[in-house]
Write a protein that binds this ligand. Structure first.
Ligand SMILES: NC(=O)c1ccc[n+]([C@@H]2O[C@H](COP(=O)([O-])OP(=O)(O)OC[C@H]3O[C@@H](n4cnc5c(N)ncnc54)[C@H](OP(=O)(O)O)[C@@H]3O)[C@@H](O)[C@H]2O)c1
Length: 289
């Protein structure tokens, strides 16, 4: 069945998209991948470059596709690129594109911590995007990911850079926890969500089996290196994030990190039926370094 499947991917040059495109291509899924920038194609892939996902230009290219994986998202706002525009307005466009090109299923990556009680702008915009998708009458699977880690994700690259500089900084106590999931598990789960009906109309936390304090994560991550681990006063870290808008770790990155969000791993495990990788084992073997 997968042999004849055709899938559209938005935000095609992003971290998750790159890994999914590779996995789907290796599984003989035909891809139509959309990005603002040129990128290297994989097997079975048609690429499409657009700056603004203009319907008139894209629509004709998407015909005969079975599903769309919507991977456009931002974690930091600017005047020209805010959450409302990118998470809500662009998702409206994508839903319309699905309807016009008769794509029946959409897979969306929201965020762990999103709920109807959300109070952070990032979460509110993701919640509204989820709601647009649910109300669209398209078939959907919405994933709410914790940190998706591999060798070249943003979070891992950020820690590696600090190791290179000789010191990893922990904002505040480091006692808050994260529930990371391995990118290779994510690609398998998304493939299953494309091909199996039990993912229909589901909202699932995309989390690994282990909830790990940030302090422990950093210790294991830097094991075997001579990196100094230093706790930094939260006020100092927030001040830096607020006053230097182009600093690597923004205010929302901090909010998400110290938010201590944990998800429903059991539900994901029961539905996906994949064998999950242990992040602690990957850290111990240095596979993420
Ligand atoms: N990675 C994680 O741990 C994680 C955790 C929670 C949620 N998520 C969500 O998962 C999705 C994919 O994440 P990712 O880690 O792969 O992020 P990423 O590497 O930053 O990719 C996101 C992509 O969004 C597109 N994009 C950004 N700004 C845009 C704009 N103004 N107009 C049009 N497209 C724009 C870009 O695609 P092009 O450059 O190809 O145009 C970018 O590569 C996002 O929605 C993110 O919020 C990820």
């Amino acid at each position: 069945m997968e042999k004849d499947m055709q899938v559209v991917i938005t935000g095609a040059s992003g971290f998750i998209a790159k890994n999914i495109r590779k996995y789907l291509s290796a599984n003989d899924v035909k891809l139509i991948s959309i990005s603002r920038h040129d990128f290297k194609k994989v097997k079975n892939e048609t690429k499409f470059i657009t700056k603004n996902y203009d319907e008139k230009v894209i629509f004709s290219k998407l015909k005969n596709s079975d599903a769309l994986i919507h991977l456009v998202g931002i974690g930091k706002q600017t005047i020209d690129n805010d959450y409302n525009q990118i998470h809500i307005e662009l998702t409206k466009k994508i839903i319309n594109l699905c309807k016009k090109s008769k794509i029946k299923k959409i897979i969306y990556l929201s965020g762990l911590g999103v709920s109807q009680n959300a109070s952070l702008g990032y979460f509110i915009s993701k919640y509204k995007a989820e709601k647009l998708i649910i109300d669209s009458k398209l078939n959907y699977t919405i994933f709410r990911p914790s940190y998706i880690v591999g060798k070249d994700d943003y979070f891992t690259k950020y820690l590696k850079k600090q190791i290179k500089a000789g010191q990893i900084q922990i904002p505040g106590s480091g006692n808050y926890s994260i529930q990371p999931i391995y990118i290779d598990d994510v690609t398998k789960i998304i493939f299953n969500a494309l091909t199996q009906n039990n993912f229909s109309k589901m909202i699932l936390d995309l989390v690994g089996s282990e909830s790990i304090t940030f302090q422990k994560y950093v210790k294991e991550f830097s094991r075997g290196t001579s990196t100094q681990i230093k706790k930094i006063n939260l006020e100092t870290v927030y001040h830096e994030a607020i006053s230097k808008p182009d600093c690597e770790f923004g205010v929302d990155d901090l909010n998400l990190l110290i938010g201590d969000f944990n998800g429903d791993y059991k539900k994901l495990k029961d539905i996906s039926k994949i064998k999950f990788s242990s992040i602690l084992k990957l850290l111990k073997t240095g596979s993420l370094l």
